[in-house]
Design a protein around this ligand. Structure first.
Ligand SMILES: [Zn+2]
Length: 347
């Protein structure tokens, strides 16, 4: 069978939303039934109806939004999200008009608080006119589930550790569902960068481009963020000394929300937003289960024949297996730090 370039590349990054549609947020603001929410809250559709709270800074508000968004992740390993923003004003008033990046970094300044946009910007100009600055890209961590035949191969590659016991089979649970928590996935930062790379004209390298991430970037995502040219990182908890050094070398400012009480305050807002939409943890779990059932149905046809070229087939693995195993050796920070508010689904 011949392999065209299109068929060889299409399934690899089978994201739930194509790049052209990722920003087209059409969230139903008054969805009250479960069915309406399932229809409205897709995994990589950023809610466009969070009201920035003037009691919080822009950074804090964006983190609340990222936490709200993280709950739309359908990963069974834990949830995280990344929102990449170009601030409206590059520098706060405190830097006395010096707009150089160095001045900002030296003074550790943060973007000034901005009111909701009232300039009549339309959805065509900015898909998120409610939020200050401009959201360049966003994603949450996104599983790339595989058909059962590929799951079996991945399982075979990973011998059980000493003392580890086989996961108990649940009644009515298919092999696909059993593998869900181990399915390869793209972290939120990596996927946001991938979607940007596949979007014509999109750059994440602006004068103050800021990435809001619900956890410290892992060892794989941090170099991606620095290489792509973001200028600020804002995340919860504390990164490793190595990550700090990497940021300093790249002249990238990092802001850590490491205070537990402060974090609880942010998460209260997240909970309130979801509660106002009538969705508790059970409904969120049910939404996630529905996504996996749909994924199983979608992938029940197995691996497409056209993926592996004869050359690849003579080596160890075809491209899709390489793609799948790429993520499986990473340890996402979410797995190490399960926390209320955005990892409740991993329990
Ligand atoms: Zn990562």
């Amino acid at each position: 069978m011949s392999t065209s370039p299109a068929s060889a590349t299409a399934p690899i990054l089978d994201a739930s939303a194509p790049p052209a549609e990722i920003a087209a947020s059409e969230i139903a603001q008054s969805g009250t039934t479960f069915e309406e929410r399932v229809a409205a809250y897709e995994t990589n559709v950023l809610p466009d109806d969070y009201d920035f709270d003037p009691a919080f800074t822009v950074d804090e508000n964006y983190m609340i939004l990222a936490l709200i968004y993280a709950r739309l992740s359908v990963s069974k390993r834990g949830n995280m999200a990344c929102i990449i923003v170009e601030p409206e004003e590059a520098v706060s008033a405190s830097t006395a008009g010096d707009t150089s990046l160095a001045a900002v970094l030296d003074e550790g300044a943060r973007p000034t608080k901005r009111a909701r946009r009232e300039d009549g910007a339309t959805a065509a100009d900015d898909p998120f006119p409610r939020y200050p600055g401009r959201i360049l890209m966003h994603s949450n961590n996104t599983p790339e589930p595989l058909p059962d035949e590929a799951n079996a191969k991945l399982n075979a590659q990973k011998p059980m550790k000493k003392g580890q016991t086989a996961k108990k089979e649940k009644a009515n649970e298919s092999a696909f569902q059993r593998f869900a928590a181990a399915a390869p996935e793209l972290h939120a930062e990596a996927r946001a960068i991938c979607v940007a790379a596949s979007t014509p004209g999109m750059s994440l390298c602006g004068p103050r481009t800021t990435a809001y991430i619900t956890f410290p970037p892992c060892n794989a995502c941090m170099p991606l963020l620095l290489a792509v040219g973001v200028k600020r990182l804002v995340y919860r908890q504390t990164a490793t000394p190595i990550a700090h050094a990497q940021c300093q070398l790249a002249r990238v400012e990092y802001v850590e929300f490491s205070d537990r009480a402060h974090d609880d305050k942010l998460k209260e807002h997240v909970k309130a937003w979801w509660t106002a939409r009538g969705e508790g943890k059970e409904e969120t779990r049910a939404r996630v289960e529905r996504w996996w059932l749909a994924a199983e149905k979608r992938l029940s046809g197995g691996l497409p024949q056209a993926i592996s070229s004869p050359v690849d087939a003579t080596t160890t693995a075809g491209p899709i297996v390489g793609n799948g195993s790429r993520g499986s050796d990473l340890t996402p920070p979410i797995a190490e730090a399960p926390e209320e508010g955005n990892t409740e689904l991993s329990a």
